[in-house]
Structures are given as C-alpha cells and as structure tokens.
Design a protein around this ligand. Structure first.
Ligand code: TRP
Ligand code: SF4
Length: 405
C-alpha cells in the first residue's frame, strides 16, 4: 500500500543529539511537534549519524545525549502512542537509500548547499573536508524520502536541505519512473478507476495539462486518494501521468517552517547552546534561580534608586514570553520609576519557569527511574520505522532494476 495515499499527510523530523534540550527547544520545536502529533501521522527521530558528520572525533557523549534527548521528548509530552519515535542508526535502511541516492546526485548540488561552506567556515577547528559531511544533506534527503514524508518541520537553516530533497526526488522519479510503455500502462491504470471516475480523471488531467488548472490537479489527486483497490504501481503511475511525468516513486516533501517565537536567552540573544545562555528543560531549580538572579539588566540601573528602561534590559524579553499583561505593566512601570528592584522584577520569571518545568521534571523522573521503558518505546518505534522503510526500499530497488527474486 502506498504511504502517500494511505497517509496523505505524513510528518517527519529529526533532531541531532546535541545534549540536554533547553527552553528554546521547548518553545520552538517541541511545542510544534506536540501540535503536529495530534494532527498528523508523525515520525520523530534522533539523528545520531548526523551528529557524526561534525563530531566524528569525539563520540564519547553521543549515546548519553541520545537517551537524554529521548527522555526530554517524552517528558514534554511527545507521545509514543501518537508518533513513532526512533534512532536513526537503528534503522539502517536510511543508509541504503542514502547510498542509492548518492548514485544519482550530482556533486555540484551538494557543494552548493549553503550550510556546506557556512559550517566549514564556522567550525574551523574541525576538519569538515570529509565525504560524510559533504553528503550529510543527502543523508537527510534519504531520512525524509524513505518515509515518503509530505511535511518536514524544520527551522530556517534547514530549508535548503528540503529543497535539495525535492530535487533529488524529482531526479530519481525522472530516471526510474519512466517505463518504456508508460502511456499504455497508464491508460490501463486509468481503466481500473471504473467508468465514471476514469472519465472524470481524464477530464481533470486534460484541464490541468492544457490549461494549467491547479484546482483540477488537486481534485484529481483527491480522487486518486479516495479510490480504494488500486495497486501501488497503478497509483504511482496515475499520479505521475496526471502531471505529465513518469511514476512518482518518491514524492516531494514540503518544508513546514517552524514558527520561531525567538526564545530569549540569559543574555538577550536568542537562547542557544553555542552562546552558553540556556536554561535546560530539566535544570535544577536552584540553578534556574541562580541563573536568573545573575542575569545582566539595564546597565544604566547601577543603583536600586536609578530608573531603568526595559527595552535595554535582557530580562524584559523573558517577561514577554512568560508574563501576563498585569505583570508586564507592573514590571515596566516599576522599572521606569525605580519602584521595584531588579531581583523583584525577576521573581515572577523564576516562578513561571519553575512552574513550567515542574511537570516535565516529574515525568522525566519516571523515565530515568525506568530506563527499560524508554528502551522499549524506542525499540518499538525502530521496528515500526523499519517496516515503513522496507516498503519504500522494495519499490526503489525495483524501480532501479536491482530487485532479485
Ligand atoms: N539536519 C537536521 C538538523 O541538523 C536534523 C535532521 C536530520 C533532520 N535528518 C532530518 C530534520 C530529516 C528533518 C528531517 O537539525
Ligand atoms: Fe530589567 Fe526588570 Fe531591572 Fe528593569 S527592573 S532593569 S526590566 S530587571
């Protein structure tokens, strides 16, 4: 059965195991995932091979980071009943698709991915002149295409990788979706729609191809989506024939740009591990308090009696995230009039963050005390993921002429 049809919307996303997740991840990626898992079929995975592409020299921390990250996901409410959770390297099928795609991917496409040069510049201390690093966006393409994901939630920095994925899929379909007798086969497939739907399909196809009518295209796709009892081959052919191309074996995914409410860090810059300005999801309460209390404030407020300006203070953006109107007004006015001190101003933030973290910390404790539970969730997720991958790989091998039976 074809994933595209069975699951018209399938979401896939991966995260590198970079260490404990922080509040920036919670307010950006994770809240987004929580929403998506209720709406779509979701696959979320730990991209441990991707960590190797830049950190191959120091792999000692990877395994711990992987488990910490999975616990973080589970603790914020990513639900293994709703989403399939797995670890990339435990689904080696990704590597096979990566290899097969590497055969058809021009070197120039990889060299032109902006992150290739950018990261090499930024991470000068590392030698990123490796085969693995150059190929890393293609590995990402394999991660996505092997599930026939339709939507891929990513940040701005990853959009170019989704674009590459689309190009690679198109090239693959172009090379291997053309059958010598495609037109004849397509006509046979159309017949299988039944008289009425075949007529409708042909009309819609003509309207799209002759007049570029996108609504007809969408309607015809919906028609195919709702038609039962078609073989996979027929379906792929009908989708491709509709658009005037060959079979669509690997559908092109869309980037689903993660809305980033810029979570401010402890220094006013965006919260990010590389700036060392984070509060981790499961940070000890004393640490949260200490970090906030030592946060810099408006430099003009030297003494308690000096009035301040919230717009010049890194604490203020945190109020924007955590405080309601009343607290914000209190803080803003108290600051400007020197009516409150900075520690007072920070207290509602300490409270809000501790309140936010409490259920996360409690849930994490369950998983930490019961590591087998986490192992089992991941094992099950890996099995489910592999089942999906095998289906795609079978088709890919067949299309490429290397399925031996
Ligand atoms: N490259 C992504 C990152 O560094 C992680 C990733 C790997 C990914 N494979 C993916 C994200 C597939 C989305 C889909 O953040
Ligand atoms: Fe910043 Fe609040 Fe102090 Fe004003 S009172 S400087 S907003 S911490």
């Amino acid at each position: 059965m074809n994933a595209v049809i069975q699951h018209p919307e399938r979401v896939l996303s991966g995260m590198r195991p970079t260490g404990p997740l922080h509040l920036g991840h919670l307010h950006g990626v994770l809240k987004n995932w929580l929403r998506l898992q209720q709406q779509y079929q979701c696959f979320f995975f730990v991209a441990d091979w991707h960590a190797l592409t830049t950190d191959y020299e120091n792999t000692a921390g990877i395994a711990n980071n992987v488990w910490d990250m999975v616990i973080d996901w589970l603790s914020v409410g990513i639900n293994p009943g709703a989403a399939t959770l797995f670890i990339q390297s435990r689904v080696p099928e990704h590597a096979e698709l990566h290899l097969l795609l590497s055969m058809v991917t021009p070197l120039g496409w990889l060299e032109r991915v902006p992150s290739y040069k950018d990261q090499q510049e930024k991470l000068r201390e590392k030698d990123l002149g490796t085969y693995g690093f150059l190929g890393y966006p293609l590995l990402q393409s394999a991660d996505i295409l092997i599930y026939k994901a339709t939507q891929v939630p990513v940040g701005e920095d990853q959009v170019a990788h989704i674009e590459l994925t689309r190009e690679v899929a198109r090239r693959f379909n172009y090379l291997y979706g053309r059958e010598p007798d495609f037109e004849d086969k397509a006509a046979q497939s159309v017949k299988k729609l039944g008289k009425k739907n075949a007529k409708l399909y042909n009309e819609l196809r003509r309207k799209y191809q002759e007049q570029g009518d996108h609504e007809s295209l969408a309607t015809a796709r919906a028609l195919l989506g709702s038609t039962q009892n078609l073989t996979l081959g027929d379906r792929e052919r009908l989708y491709g024939y509709l658009e005037g191309i060959g079979r669509i074996i690997l559908p092109e995914p869309q980037a689903l740009l993660t809305p980033t409410p810029k979570m401010p860090g402890l220094d006013g810059q965006k919260m990010s591990k590389s700036y060392g300005n984070t509060i981790s999801l499961r940070e000890a309460p004393e640490e949260v308090e200490r970090k906030l209390k030592t946060m810099p404030t408006d430099p003009a407020r030297v003494r308690r009696a000096d009035p301040g300006d919230p717009d010049k203070c890194p604490v203020w953006p945190l109020h924007q995230v955590y405080s309601n109107e009343a607290v914000k007004t209190w803080a803003r006015e108290g600051c400007r009039s020197a009516g409150i001190g900075c520690l007072e101003c920070k207290q509602p933030l300490v409270d809000a963050i501790l309140t936010e973290q409490k259920p996360i910390r409690e849930k994490a404790r369950e998983f930490i005390e019961n590591p087998d539970l986490v192992r089992n969730i991941i094992s099950e997720g890996c099995d489910k993921a592999r089942d999906e991958c095998r289906k795609t790989l079978d088709e890919v091998r067949q299309a490429m002429g290397i399925a031996y039976r």
